[in-house]
Ligand binder design. Structure first.
Ligand SMILES: Nc1nc2c(ncn2[C@@H]2O[C@H](COP(=O)(O)O[C@H]3[C@@H](O)[C@H](n4cnc5c(=O)[nH]c(N)nc54)O[C@@H]3COP(=O)(O)O)[C@@H](O)[C@H]2O)c(=O)[nH]1
Length: 947
């Protein structure tokens, strides 16, 4: 049994307690009994000494006996060891021990002198207790009567000594007897109890202890058998219950631990998985904690640098403000989401989205958990998406998006604009709502087949607007596939090509049809002719080509205006069409020229048709209130005799048409070999004209112009072609050729240079021709650089612009009056004179004439020639009157006779030009003419000649 064990301690404690209790009781019992013995001794002693002293007060014999008796009695008391009675002299007179008799009291060793002294000085008894020696001394002094009268002055002593050691010894033994048996019994009881305690309490408790230690050591828990006393068994039961509960709790604890561990692992994994920055921040925006699994470049500073800092210390002001705003929102509302900040990390703008949640501390303090999610890619995607959304919304093309089931999910505003369908009208429906009905089922099947196979289709399709209108679209449909490769959407992008179609048709019309009459033009004629000629060759069938030109159409145009001329052309086309079969092609080549291509037609058929055409076109026209007569001249060429190509046939028919014109107009002629030769000659002439400029075959003649007083007012430059073989070719012959071929532009420029150069030379030589008039053709007039070129030539020649007059025909000016007006104003601003040539032959719009900066009107030669017969007088008078009212000068051309001159004078015509005065002449002849007629003066003043 170990001393420290509960059992040993218990036993020891109980034993000690028993011993102590018994010892204590023994000592107390002994002590109290001794006290009583001492008290008894004291009391008895005092009584005995008093009684003896009483006997001693009167010394007598009687008394001696009493004393002896008393002593004998005292001697029976075992406690009394000494009885001494000393006389006043201190001599022992009575004693139990007879040997002491007669001895001096003071010599007795068992009491000290001080006691004796105390006794002698006291009248009372003195008791001296010595517990150590176990003695009690009781003494008293007495004064015996001397002679029975007087008390002796000296006092005798009665002294008793009780010796209580034997009594005490006996007493101790008694007490010991009283306590030992119960003590042993008690000890046995204690041992029994100890055994019982060991058996039924400590032993089981030891089991408990061992189980507890085992649990403490290795956590083993096992139910214990219920042993021991009832209470201990109860304790075991409780222990087992407790153990069970502990086991349960441990199980639960283990489960909770595992759950907690799981949670921790999950949290770890979560934090690892979260690619975001996590912060705990104080309400004022201070970093309290930083968690980051991401690379350093996601943070504006390291974790250590951030901790304890305010947001405003580590990021730009606006970003920090936003962080603080998110924190405030989270503190107020619990959470904050969607705040964004932009930080520049490594010179790159990075966007972060903040999510903040309030975190309440146990002490009521608040902080925020702030998650910063890098949304740079998303932001770029959003920006891109926004851009695309803007592109989508602003796209000019209609866009329609369907899901994989072809249900419309999205349209853009261009779609609405084009189709009229709003988003609410059409979302959820299929694109078939747009079907126009123009395409059959096969069209759509093929379309979807292509989309399925190639993922893409594009083409032209007709759809229907909401208002029912059918329109053409150019449409692209693309299949959009998701990551799984399955089609998720279809996107259709289309444009309304109505106007494009119209433009195409318009262009086609322009390309293949005459815009005025709607008839095919030369290009379409070529197509048809190629086919017809091929067929003709193949089938060996004849083919006729008819060239129709309206006689004097120019007159109608110029006189009644283009509008009437146009109406006439339209009506001619309509009449011609009414005569033709479907296989025939009627073409307007331009101007008043029409071509009819007649496949499978021989000479006879062509002749009959030509007669019908002459008849039909010669029938009067009623246009704009006018009754017009317009006859055609027709040339006919036959394939393959007159040509096997369109060009050859056209040339032949053209020549035949000229023949018809030459032979009286309003008729038709077939092409002949003679015409062939003439036509060839014309082509040859054109080729030669091209080379004429280089070969210096062109030359200018000048025809004088003068006023009614015979003064020279100017000369008109007239072109001559000195042909090496043909001699002088009239401009009337080659100017139209030059205009047709475009050669008139370089030729016209040469004329201008030559005329201005000549004027400069005359000036230099003192021959002061006042002005030179130069004819401008229509094509030349429309040259964009004309004004600049004229100005440049005048500048180079150092001539005043007034030296030059440009002659324009009415038809040139009125072809595009607005343009002409602008151009003429610019020329006029230069100081160049402007004349309207051949005035009266066309229909001059007075409205325009008033606005044109014209200087001279040239009265046409035909009116001058009619003057003698009186026919032209009215016209010339009207022209002169009009010119005067507008402030224009009039000049009559083609004056050949003095009668004409006189008439013109009477009609107040201002100036004249004609053979009457001089023909157009070469420079040398002109200069000689001027000299001959004395019109050359030293200063140019008063140049006169006889008229
Ligand atoms: N664009 C250009 N046209 C020019 C140029 N040079 C001439 N022409 C035009 O050619 C047409 C024929 O000109 P031409 O053969 O020179 O005839 C002119 C005169 O010779 C002729 N004339 C003059 N007086 C008389 C006359 O009394 N009787 C008569 N029968 N003929 C006469 O008239 C023509 C001048 O006409 P106009 O120009 O209208 O004043 C002719 O239309 C020329 O314009 C040129 O360089 N460029």
């Amino acid at each position: 049994m170990r001393l420290g064990s509960l059992k040993s301690q218990l036993v020891l404690i109980v034993a000690v307690m028993v011993v102590l209790t018994l010892g204590g009781a023994y000592l107390i019992g002994v002590s109290s009994r001794l006290d009583a013995e001492f008290a008894d001794a004291r009391r008895d002693g005092l009584q005995n000494v008093f009684r003896l002293s009483q006997y001693l007060l009167a010394e007598s014999e009687l008394h001696q006996e009493d004393i002896a008796q008393e002593l004998a009695m005292l001697a029976t008391d075992p406690r009394i060891s000494q009885v001494l009675i000393a006389d006043p002299q201190g001599i022992v007179r009575h004693a139990l021990d007879r040997q002491q008799l007669g001895q001096e009291l003071a010599l007795q060793s068992w009491f000290d002198a001080s006691l004796l002294q105390s006794l002698r000085s006291s009248r009372l008894g003195v008791v001296q207790v010595d517990r150590r020696q176990g003695s009690v001394l009781v003494g008293i002094s007495y004064a015996p009567l001397e002679r029975d009268v007087v008390r002796s002055k000296q006092r005798g002593i009665v002294l008793l000594r009780y010796d209580l050691n034997a009594t005490a010894q006996q007493l101790r033994w008694q007490v010991l007897q009283v306590f030992v048996l119960p003590g042993v019994m008690l000890l046995l009881l204690v041992l029994l109890l100890s055994w019982l305690a060991q058996r039924y309490v400590a032993g089981p408790l030891g089991l408990l202890r061992a189980a507890t230690l085992r649990y403490a050591k290795d956590g083993t828990l096992q139910p214990l058998p219920e042993v021991g006393v009832q209470e201990v068994r109860a304790l075991f039961r409780a222990f087992n219950t407790l153990q069970q509960q502990l086991q349960d709790s441990l199980g639960m604890l283990e489960a909770q631990k595992q759950a907690a561990s799981q949670l921790v692992q999950e949290r770890e994994a979560l934090l690892l998985a979260v690619p975001d920055l996590l912060f705990e921040m104080s309400p004022e925006g201070r970093y309290l904690q930083v968690w980051s699994n991401t690379a350093r470049d996601s943070l504006s500073a390291t974790r250590e640098q951030l901790l304890g800092k305010l947001a405003h210390q580590v990021m730009p002001l606006d970003a920090a403000d936003t962080v603080c705003l998110a924190i405030r929102q989270a503190l107020q509302q619990g959470v904050s989401r969607g705040q964004r900040i932009c930080l520049y990390l490594d010179c790159e703008a990075r966007w972060f989205e903040l999510s903040a949640a309030r975190k309440d501390g146990p002490d009521g303090s608040g902080s925020c958990i702030v998650l910063s999610h890098d949304i740079t890619i998303r932001k770029h995607a959003e920006d891109e998406l926004q851009l695309w959304a803007q592109v989508f919304a602003a796209a000019h093309n209609g866009i329609l998006v369907t899901d994989s089931f072809r249900n419309i999910v999205l349209i853009n505003s261009a779609f609405t604009r084009i189709t009229g369908y709003e988003q609410d009208d059409i979302v959820g429906r299929t694109p078939s709502v747009l079907s126009s009905g123009r395409h059959d089922e096969g069209f759509y099947r093929r379309m979807w087949q292509e989309i399925t196979n190639r993922g893409y289709w594009q083409g032209e399709i007709w759809n229907r607007r909401k208002n029912g209108e059918i329109f053409p679209e150019w449409q692209s449909i693309s299949a959009v596939r998701g990551e799984d490769g399955e089609v998720s959407h279809y996107i259709s992008v289309f444009s309304d090509i109505s106007s494009q179609k119209e433009a195409e048709q318009y262009i086609r019309r322009l390309a293949y049809f005459d815009s005025l009459t709607g008839l095919p033009n030369r290009a379409l004629l070529q197509d048809h002719a190629a086919q017809a000629l091929s067929l003709s060759r193949h089938d060996n069938t004849p083919l006729a080509l008819m060239f129709i030109d309206l006689d004097r159409f120019k007159n109608i145009n110029d006189t009644l205006g283009h509008s009437v001329g146009d109406q006439l052309l339209v009506e001619v086309g309509r009449r011609l069409l009414s005569l033709l079969q479907e296989k025939d092609t009627l073409t307007r080549l331009g101007g008043d020229e029409f071509i009819i291509l007649l496949p499978e037609t021989n000479e006879s058929g062509a002749g009959h048709l030509a007669e019908s055409v002459v008849r039909a076109l010669s029938t009067p026209y009623y246009l704009s209130g006018y009754e017009l007569i317009s006859t055609p001249s027709i040339g006919i060429a036959m394939a393959p005799v007159d040509g096997s190509t369109l060009e050859e046939l056209l040339r032949a028919a053209d020549a035949a048409m000229y023949r018809a014109k030459a032979e009286g107009r309003s008729t038709f002629r077939f092409f002949t070999a003679q015409m062939q030769q003439r036509s060839a000659a014309r082509l040859k002439l054109e080729a030669e004209l091209r080379r004429a400029l280089d070969k210096r075959e062109l030359q200018l003649y000048y025809q004088p112009q003068c006023n009614m007083q015979g003064q020279l007012v100017g000369v008109e430059a007239l072109l001559r072609w000195m042909h090496p073989e043909l001699g002088v070719v009239s401009p009337a012959e080659f100017i139209p050729l030059a205009e047709e071929s475009g050669l008139i532009v370089p030729i016209g420029m040469w004329v201008l240079q030559e005329a201005i150069g000549q004027m400069r030379e005359w000036r230099e030589r003192g021959i002061r021709v006042p002005a030179v008039a130069v004819n401008l053709s229509a094509l030349q007039f429309r040259q964009p650089q004309l004004v600049e070129q004229v100005a440049q030539l005048l500048h180079e020649a150092a001539l005043p612009a007034g030296c030059l007059e440009l002659e324009l025909t009415e038809s040139v000016v009125l072809e595009d009056p607005d343009d002409a007006l602008g151009l003429m104003e610019r020329l006029h601003n230069l100081g160049v004179g402007l004349a309207i040539d051949d005035f009266g032959t066309g229909y001059s719009s007075l409205n325009y004439l008033r606005r044109f900066p014209v200087d001279r009107l040239k009265i046409d030669r035909s009116f001058v020639q009619d003057l003698e017969q009186g026919r032209g007088i009215a016209i010339v008078r009207a022209i002169v009157s009009l010119a005067r009212s507008l402030g224009f000068v009039t000049i009559a051309e083609g004056v050949e006779t003095t009668a004409q001159l006189e008439q013109l004078r009477r009609l107040h015509c201002d100036q004249v030009q004609g053979f009457l005065f001089a023909r157009p002449m070469a420079v040398i002849q002109l200069e000689a003419w001027l000299q001959r007629h004395h019109v050359v003066g030293p200063d140019g003043e008063g140049w006169n000649f006889e008229i």
